[in-house]
Write a protein that binds this ligand. Structure first.
Ligand code: UD1
Length: 425
């Protein structure tokens, strides 16, 4: 199993190019299932989760032709299977994104339940209830969700638009309904919809394919279903979480880092937290620069759905706050059990106490290199950030978690001046 060996402390300096967003590319690939026509995507990040989605789609008969390292043309004709098997769904919960498109186009799907996840219970009940409300009959058998739309009676094999009022904001839940509703009969209204930039990006792609969607980026989406969708070309939006991670790396090392291909409008709450911490942030068209000098201030932050502070940058901020002068409080409101990185950071010398959903971080603490183990994607990023400033060698184990969502992180960090190597360990 691969590990990262970091030698610190280091000071990062320079520019890093941000890849397309993993969380936008996943639903974009799933959207290809909605049409017989080719869908050409660019900005597909080279990360393991995208490889998993490609394997899943290929297993259904979708042809995927690479047009370049980050570009591909997908053709979902013929589709030979409407099943998402356990072995793939187990490794990537976002596989659930194929459920909506399959039911909408073929009137049936069989998708494994995702199962356990290191960051707590992550159910898919809201996806299932929404599709039921649109006329799918759903049964859970032997660990699989079977969805089926009757070919006789009112539905005639097609989902029907309705009002879906989500009790909780769900990103992939919103996306699944958007995908399904694009081919449904009539109008679907999603209330309490997710407003994340990745949702807006999916709406843009679906619009290019011929879907009728309004309200993207607000909490109410309206989708008027069409009979069929066509092919499209689409460039995936930049990854705001990857950008935020490198900006945090710049800040924690008291460095000077510019994220190219990054959109400040997608990172408002995060950049505000950095500014409150005393980091100099300048945003230009398509890039964001941070300059951090000595003396970071503590911040209090609560994770929230967009435009609030993203849960996917919580771990990185926590790592940063170990170096601030004073006590920060970071509250996680989206997921249970998302402070697994805290105990590993403590092993490097951080002072972090967990009280319920809040991490109380006191700094600054001098970190010292040690062997630490990554537990999930963003937690791994936090350990790498800490390893950049820890004295001596830090070995971050199980970085397959990092490889799920960060494209060439060792290479990108090394280009900024970090001493990092990918090793077996
Ligand atoms: C997406 C992102 C993930 C990010 C998260 C929150 C992708 C592929 N992943 O995950 O990186 O951390 O948004 O911004 O885009 N919930 C239910 N029932 C459901 C669905 C969700 O109770 O059927 C709950 C979850 O347990 C969680 C909350 O809703 O507490 C939000 O989760 P959700 O937005 O659905 O996360 P994902 O879409 O899985």
């Amino acid at each position: 199993m691969d590990a990262f060996l970091l030698k610190g402390p280091s000071r990062l300096q320079g520019s890093v190019r941000i890849s397309g967003a993993k969380n936008a590319a996943l639903p974009a690939l799933a959207a290809s299932l909605l049409t017989k026509e080719p869908v050409r995507l660019s900005g597909i990040p080279q990360v393991a989760d995208l490889r998993t989605m490609e394997t899943l789609l290929r297993g259904m008969g979708v042809s995927i032709e690479a047009n370049g390292p980050e570009e591909a043309t997908l053709r979902a004709e013929p589709v030979t299977s409407t099943e998402a098997p356990y072995d793939l769904v187990r490794t990537m919960r976002a596989s659930i994104l194929v459920l909506g498109p399959l039911v909408a186009r073929f009137g049936e799907a069989r998708v494994s339940l995702p199962g356990g996840c290191a960051i707590g219970v992550r159910p898919v009940d809201l996806h299932v209830k929404a599709l039921e409300a649109m006329g799918a009959r759903i049964a859970v058998e032997k660990g699989y969700i079977h969805a089926h739309v009757s070919r006789v009676g009112a539905h005639r094999g097609r989902l029907t638009g309705t009002v879906i009022a989500f009790p909780t904001v769900t990103v992939t839940g919103t996306e699944n309904v958007m995908l399904a509703a694009s081919l449904a009969r009539g109008v679907t209204r999603i209330e309490n919809a997710a407003m994340e930039p990745e949702v807006v990006d999916l709406a843009r792609l679906l619009g290019r394919m011929g879907a009728q969607i309004s309200g993207a980026g607000t909490s109410t989406l309206e989708i008027e279903g069409v009979e069929s969708l066509g092919g499209a070309e689409h460039a995936i939006v930049p990854d705001r979480i990857e950008a935020g991670t490198y900006l945090a790396a710049g800040a924690i090392t008291r460095g000077d880092v510019t994220a190219e291909n990054a959109r400040a409008e997608d990172l408002g709450a995060f950049l505000e937290a950095l500014r409150n911490a005393g980091v100099e942030v300048t945003a230009a068209d398509g890039s964001i620069r941070v300059v951090a000098r000595d003396g970071l201030s503590p911040v209090d932050v609560e994770t929230l759905p967009f435009p609030g502070f993203p849960t996917d940058l919580q771990a990185q901020l926590l790592a940063l706050m170990t170096q601030a002068n004073g006590t920060s409080r970071i509250t996680e409101t989206i997921f249970e059990n998302r402070f697994l990185h805290a105990s590993e950071l403590v092993r490097l010398g951080a002072d972090i106490r967990i009280e319920g959903h809040t991490a109380i971080v006191s700094g600054p603490r001098r970190l010292e290199g040690a062997v630490v183990t990554a537990s999930d994607l963003r937690a791994s990023a936090a350990l790498v950030l800490a390893g950049l400033v820890a004295e001596g060698e830090t070995l971050v184990r199980r970085i397959y978690h990092l490889d799920r969502g960060y494209s060439g992180m060792d290479r990108k960090l090394a280009a900024l001046g970090a001493r990092v190597e990918r090793v077996a360990g």
